[in-house]
Design a protein around this ligand. Structure first.
Ligand code: PBG
Length: 327
């Protein structure tokens, strides 16, 4: 008998074992980077109002949180400091204080969890009274070249405290080269740079800005973060950052920009990170709380899609949940 339907792709989906055998990509626990928020104080863990399940921790609390999270198989964290207004100024001077919240946190985490990779954010916004990633002049213009030495000093200060990877998220032109030079001059040739290369001016950062209270005090970030419509420009940004010495290039946000990840995966000789940002997290969280979607399935599906597009590693607030699901 001749099969009237000779092409039967369903054969490869017939059972769980068949599907496991056929699977093209898999999210691994070792792909996950867990973004964490540290604030001043003692014994504090406050939930971020627009990110259910995510907290700003004081350092003692953060250590206890990581005591639970690290054994799940989380091997990298991305650290973001939450600072009070009294620590913010025009030039982000707090960002290089040896005894600052960020520096103390890096030292403490490296001491408690020597194997855990600590990735640090290099950008002015957590420390800036203007809420911008660069220096702002009296007319509200974001100054590029004047910002570079501030970023370089911040990166060196983080490396001194023990950061394994510094991650410039500011989108100033030329910052990777300046940071690489400054790190090398200070003797930190072994500290890596993960550049937020294709970082879009995105509405999906809303909850993160609530977490840090870091929204721009005036204007927006569109003169430095990218237009969501642009793909070619992302390729250009990636090429420049690789030339300047980036060890890892990042696309951010992740889910709405899978095509960008995919194109970059086609050209990049260095590994690619994707950042499933705060708004992507909160959308899944709120939709599941409302009973509209299954949270666990949506977590794995969204991360798998990001991996399939070509990401080698994923920054995600779901890291602990995903690690549990992948066990
Ligand atoms: C700023 C920075 C932002 C995020 C990481 N670093 C927000 C912004 O550019 O305003 C967003 C991360 C997220 O939304 O989860 N340097």
């Amino acid at each position: 008998m001749i099969d009237p339907q000779p092409s039967r792709p369903r054969r490869n989906r017939a059972s769980a074992a068949m599907r496991d055998l056929m699977r093209e990509v898999q999210v691994l626990k070792s792909d996950l980077i867990y973004p964490i928020f540290v604030r001043e104080g003692d014994g504090i863990s406050e939930e971020i109002s627009t990110m259910p399940g995510i907290h700003r921790h004081s350092l003692d609390h953060l250590v206890r949180h990581l005591d639970e999270v690290v054994p799940l198989g989380i091997r990298a964290v991305a650290l973001f400091p939450v600072l009070g207004d009294e620590h913010k100024d025009r030039t982000a001077s707090e960002s290089v204080r040896e005894d600052g919240l960020m520096q103390n946190s890096i030292r403490e985490l490296k001491e408690r969890f020597p194997e855990l990779l600590v990735i640090t954010d290099v950008a002015m916004d957590p420390y800036s009274s203007d809420g911008h990633d660069g220096l702002v002049d009296d007319n509200g213009v974001i100054l590029n070249d004047e910002t570079l030495p501030i970023l370089a000093a911040m990166a060196v200060s983080q490396a001194q405290a023990g950061a394994d990877i510094v991650a410039p998220s500011d989108m100033m032109d030329g910052r990777v080269a300046v940071i690489r030079d400054a790190l090398d001059d200070a003797g930190f040739t072994g500290v890596s740079i993960c550049s937020y290369s294709a970082k879009y001016a995105s509405a999906y950062y809303g909850p993160f800005r609530d977490a840090l209270d870091s929204a721009p005090r005036s204007g927006d970030k569109k003169t430095y973060q990218m237009d969501p419509a642009n793909l070619n420009e992302a390729l250009r940004e990636v090429e420049l950052d690789i030339d300047e010495g980036a060890d890892i290039v990042m696309v951010k946000p992740a889910g709405p920009y899978l095509d960008v990840i995919s194109e970059i995966a086609g050209i990049s000789p260095v590994p690619i990170a994707a950042y499933q940002v705060s708004g992507e997290y909160s959308m899944i969280k709120y939709a599941s709380q409302a009973g509209a979607i299954d949270e666990e399935a949506a977590i794995l599906e969204s991360l798998t899609a990001i991996k399939r597009a070509g990401a080698d590693m994923i920054f995600t607030y779901f890291a602990p949940s995903a690690a549990k699901l992948l066990s």
